[in-house]
Design a protein around this ligand. Structure first.
Ligand code: PXP
Length: 251
């Protein structure tokens, strides 16, 4: 069964990357968030990295105060980020790996290996009212670990699939898509809400959006890049259209 309308979370990190290339205040990621809402986004995603390479603490404060859409706060599993999330109380908190030792072999969070470290963080975020998700590989063991950690949501790392499509490796992409489909099915079967993100572009969104168990896609870098050529609102609106078309076809 194909689930409800697929939500689009627009990641605005790279608006801040461009701002930080010069310093100063332009372009403003909060303005991008307002435009994303007008263009059909269902949520705004921002990753406050430990090195603050794009989004700043002030951006998170302003996004929490100024935008109407739900904020999905991407964070490393550190005490510093936990303290910020507890204060900001975002609608959602997505725990992502930032260091090599926190990753699985393919790049998602090692929910299984990091169980003891992650458990209290997931618990504190949930008690504070944020919907917790873990950014993991399409791997059953990682999904089972997310469930046992008490996270209601996982976000599947689709970066590898997108890279294979970009490389023209059709057999590799098909195999990876199958792995993603199986993981999404398994996640939904064990009661997780399943999202997907990383590296999605116009040429990859269709096959991903057609995976019936997915509830939300988070997309950033491609949209900000495309905004240079066609504008941010147009890029988001086109992504929204492609997502809806894929869902309608798969139904
Ligand atoms: N989802 C997660 C968990 C991410 O870490 C990122 C990248 O920050 C994205 C989605 C968005 O990826 P992209 O910018 O490649 O679209």
């Amino acid at each position: 069964m194909t689930s409800q309308r697929l939500r689009l979370g627009v990641n605005i990190d790279h608006v801040a990357t461009i701002r930080n290339a010069r310093g100063g205040r332009m372009p403003d990621p909060v303005r991008a968030a307002h435009l994303a809402e007008k263009a059909g986004a269902d949520g705004i995603t921002a990753h406050l990295r430990e090195d603050r390479r794009h989004i700043s603490d002030e951006d998170i404060e302003r996004l929490s105060r100024e935008i109407a859409l739900p904020l999905n706060f991407e964070m490393a599993a550190t005490q510093e980020m936990l303290d910020i999330a507890l204060k900001a109380r975002p609608h959602a908190a997505c725990i992502v790996p930032e260091k090599r030792e926190e990753r699985t072999t393919e790049g998602g969070l090692d929910a299984r290996g990091g169980h003891n470290h992650l458990k209290p963080i997931v618990q504190r975020l949930a008690e504070n009212g944020s919907r917790v998700s873990l950014f993991v590989e399409a791997d059953r063991a990682q999904l089972d670990a997310a469930l046992s950690l008490g996270a209601p949501v996982v976000e599947l790392h689709v970066g590898r699939y997108c890279d294979l499509v970009g490389d023209g490796d059709r057999a590799g992409a098909a195999a990876e898509l199958k792995r993603l489909r199986e993981a999404a099915r398994h996640g939904a079967e064990i009661g997780l809400e399943v999202h997907a993100g990383h590296g999605i572009a116009f040429d990859t969104v269709g096959d991903i959006a057609a995976i019936p168990e997915l509830v939300e896609l988070n997309i950033g870098h491609f949209l900000v890049g495309e905004a240079i050529f066609i504008g941010l609102e147009a890029a988001i609106a086109e992504m929204r259209r492609l997502m809806d078309a894929a869902r309608a076809k798969a139904a």
